[in-house]
Design a protein around this ligand. Structure first.
Ligand code: NAD
Ligand code: UDP
Length: 341
């Protein structure tokens, strides 16, 4: 079976390509490298010892999309390509709507034209806005607090309408919680450009002495220790969830949303101490004001994914921290040796 992976050189995309290849799927990958590096292609091949076709292409380029569908036999699409920085989406919302929503429209139109009607879509827990209670179930009310989240919710609605118009479509909306960690090889992982926005890459850089101090955004939330609580999930567990979702959409039609989280909430302070234990490094931090738009607590009810996808996350916070640290060290050793990252 042959799967088109959009955004396949990105953080989650590259890990999912590894799991797809390991599971025996053929893959065709495209990316425009707006937030990833070509090295991910070679690394994915190196880890799996398997080959695949790659196109440097933009989702917004309709003729490039047409070419990919003309030249390849495609059974289903896993759609990762999109811009994902929450803060940036507030500053340049039109770019986010254009890229994420506009790009998905072009992708869906091309898929329909070539009669490919199966898709796994990267949605986000951002579609739950500020939930009234936790753990969060898939049937909770949906709302968003920033343009990035709005693009995800709009795309979910577009995909639901698409199915209503043509019941041959089969779509899984995967709502990710907080992916962290890296592949055990240390060859692929998350290495954001500039100063990281997210907690784990920030902690990793403080531990590696690339940044001086972590600001904890608020210690007066109504949580176990006052700091924000999130559901961190190992990126490999998340990737395996895509394989399960793919198996599901190949057998059914319809649109279903699934949470991909562990169901466990950890505070910022708990993540810091787990990272210190895993790395043996001190993570300097200071308490700073709350970050605008942050919610106190967010973790998944993952019963539906377990029941309908036969999927559960099995890697714990210790392993997530060890693998993030392993990746950071591998990057540093590549830099030292003057090899491309
Ligand atoms: P990422 O930025 O590492 O990967 C996205 C990839 O898409 C990048 O390689 C980028 O170059 C590519 N891309 C973006 N716009 C494109 C376009 N127009 N044409 C072609 N390629 C394009 O991000 P990620 O963390 O791997 O996230 C993958 C998906 O999962 C995204 O849709 C993201 O919104 C979603 N998601 C991520 C998280 C998270 O915390 N990482 C959480 C929830 C949802
Ligand atoms: N956080 C923090 N300092 C940082 C980055 C994040 O204290 O430099 C906190 C943030 O307030 C939240 C948690 O860490 O409680 C996870 O934040 P992240 O941006 O990684 O994910 P999201 O907020 O999107 O769930």
């Amino acid at each position: 079976m042959s799967i088109l992976v959009t955004g396949g050189t990105g953080y989650i995309g590259s890990h999912t390509c590894v799991e797809l290849l390991n599971a025996g799927y053929e893959i065709i990958v495209f990316d425009n490298f707006i937030n990833s590096k070509p090295e991910a292609i070679q690394r994915t091949k190196q880890i799996t010892n398997k080959d695949f076709k790659f196109y440097k292409a933009d989702l917004l380029d309709r003729s490039a999309m047409e070419q990919i569908f003309t030249k390849n036999q495609i059974d289903a699409v896993i759609h990762f390509a999109g811009l994902k920085a929450v803060g940036e989406s507030v500053e340049i919302p039109l770019r986010y709507y254009h890229n994420n929503v506009g790009g998905t429209l072009i992708l869906c139109e091309t898929m329909a034209k070539y009669n490919v009607k199966r898709m796994v879509f990267s949605s986000s827990a951002a579609v739950y806005g500020n939930p009234a209670t936790v753990p969060i179930r898939e049937d909770f009310p949906l709302s968003t607090t920033n343009p990035y989240g709005s693009t995800k919710l709009m795309i979910e609605n577009i995909l639901r309408d698409l199915y209503i118009s043509d019941p041959e479509w089969s779509i899984a909306l995967l709502r990710y919680f907080n992916p962290i960690g890296a592949h055990k090889s240390g060859l692929i992982g998350e290495d954001p450009n500039g100063i990281p926005n997210n907690l784990m890459p920030y902690i990793a850089r403080v531990a590696a002495r690339k940044l001086e101090v972590l600001s904890i955004f608020g210690n007066d939330y109504p949580t176990k220790d006052g700091t924000g609580v999130r559901d961190y999930i190992h990126v490999v567990d998340l990737s395996l969830g895509h394989i399960k979702a793919l198996e599901k959409i190949m057998q059914t039609s319809g649109v279903e949303a699934y949470n991909l989280g562990t169901g466990i909430g950890y505070s910022v302070l708990e993540v810091i101490s787990a990272f210190e234990a895993a790395s043996g490094q001190k993570v300097n931090y200071k308490i700073a004001p709350r970050r605008a738009g942050d919610i106190p607590e967010c973790y998944a009810d993952s019963v539906k994914s377990k029941k309908e996808l036969d999927w559960v996350a099995s890697r714990d916070l210790k392993e997530m921290c060890e693998d993030s640290w392993g990746y950071i060290n591998k990057l540093a050793s590549f830099k030292k040796a003057g090899r491309p990252l």
